[in-house]
Design a protein around this ligand. Structure first.
Ligand SMILES: NC(=O)c1ccc[n+]([C@@H]2O[C@H](COP(=O)([O-])OP(=O)(O)OC[C@H]3O[C@@H](n4cnc5c(N)ncnc54)[C@H](O)[C@@H]3O)[C@@H](O)[C@H]2O)c1
Length: 367
């Protein structure tokens, strides 16, 4: 069992990582819960696959729980589903001492976490993330929320869980494409903070792509340590936490113009990381060989690295300019200086972004 501590004073919590941990979920949750009243909020698909194991464990631990099933993916990340959860909480007499458990990918973690943050002004919650993306990113750090028609994640809160339970065996039922998408975020941690880890991930490539538990535990544990370090230094994103957005400015633009659901988040971030590396080369702050290494590594994990030629450049530029991380009209980019070190820059002009996107589309068209 590996435990990573997220040190946030009286809101500190452990991230438990262990193969087979779902069987111990009840025991761990029972040791945290003020009262044995628990709402288990799960995605339908995940509940069908892993719900029995979690339910048995909660039952064995003597927890009094009910289950709320929500739709897969972004369909559940709405105010309408938040309201439905409130209805379930009310019907099942969830009081201040009750606890919400989120079982599934990042979408259910964000939804159930938001419902927990706002129900009776906040009740405890525990994350059981079941996608690689959720295990290395979404479940750690306390950002919860839902989407509005006007945009993603526009309503939310900072609400730290009481614990995160990560069982890499859950990933055995995840598609290869979703594993690769999660690995894009793992590679990101290496580029922004830890060159040795970047090299280790490259060395573990086969095991990671085959979802071998040992390789996954190594990657998940270090990713959680790095995310915890960033979150603990800057919980509310007033400084350092922004480095987690490396690859996300152009990545989000590609993802939204392609249409959410068409592309995996990690695939778009992979493209965004490569283009941000090229922008850093253009600004002469990053060596071209290292930018090549970033690109080759992502390619080796069979992740996309170029912008699809049929995506509308104007629409992508608009999406970049309204990126919520922009300040005073300037889009701030997280750019690498060397593998393992990044910095925030406001030197990237819209012309540079346009050029790097067009050049990428031209490269893609040639292949
Ligand atoms: N809060 C944060 O800090 C943060 C960070 C990154 C991403 N996010 C959010 O996370 C969401 C994306 O997360 P995601 O990629 O986990 O998506 P997701 O929750 O939509 O899950 C993807 C799909 O995988 C299925 N699934 C989940 N676990 C499975 C398993 N073990 N086996 C088989 N299928 C499984 C789900 O049912 C779903 O259909 C987005 O909404 C994003 O905004 C939040």
């Amino acid at each position: 069992l590996a435990v990573v501590e997220v040190a946030l004073g009286d809101r500190s919590y452990p991230i438990h990582i262990e193969a087979g941990l779902l069987n111990k979920a009840g025991e761990i949750i029972a040791s945290i819960a003020k009262k044995p009243r628990v709402a288990l909020v799960a995605q339908k698909k995940v509940f069908d696959l892993w719900g029995a194991q979690v339910s048995d464990s909660l039952r064995r631990a003597g927890l009094d729980f009910f289950t709320a099933i929500v739709p897969d993916g972004e369909k559940a990340k709405t105010l309408a589903w938040t309201r439905r959860l409130y209805g379930e909480f009310a019907k099942n007499s969830m009081d201040r001492s009750s606890l919400v458990v989120a079982l599934g990918g990042g979408a259910v973690g964000d939804l159930a976490g938001f419902a927990a943050a706002s129900w009776l002004r906040g009740v405890d919650f525990v994350q059981i993330p079941t996608t690689l993306l959720a295990q290395v990113d979404a479940s750690v750090g306390g950002k919860v929320g839902v989407n509005l028609p006007a945009g993603k994640n526009l309503v939310g809160a900072f609400w730290q869980p009481k614990a995160v339970l990560i069982d890499p065996l859950c990933l055995t039922t995840l598609s290869k494409r979703d594993i690769k998408s999660g690995l894009a975020e793992v590679i990101k941690y290496g580029i922004i903070l830890d060159k040795d880890f970047f090299n280790k991930v490259k060395a573990l490539r086969t095991g990671l792509l085959e979802a071998q538990p040992e390789a996954l535990i190594t990657a998940i544990q270090r990713s959680c340590e790095l995310k915890a370090y960033v979150v603990c230094s800057d919980e509310r994103e007033s400084g350092l936490r922004a480095i987690l957005n490396y690859g996300h400015t152009i990545g989000h633009a590609v993802e939204s113009v392609a249409g959410y659901g068409r592309m995996r988040h990690g695939e778009a971030i992979s493209i965004g990381m490569v283009l941000a590396a090229r922008l850093a080369v253009d600004l002469k702050m990053f060596h071209p060989d290292q930018a090549g290494e970033v690109e080759e590594t992502l390619r080796a994990f069979a992740l996309p690295v170029e912008v699809c030629p049929n995506l509308d450049v104007r629409a992508m530029l608009k999406a970049v300019s309204v990126d919520k991380k922009s300040k005073a009209g300037k889009v701030r980019f997280i750019l690498p200086k060397t593998i393992g070190v990044v910095e925030m820059s406001d030197k990237v002009t819209p012309e540079m972004v346009e050029a790097v996107i067009r050049e990428s589309q031209a490269r893609a068209a040639k292949r």
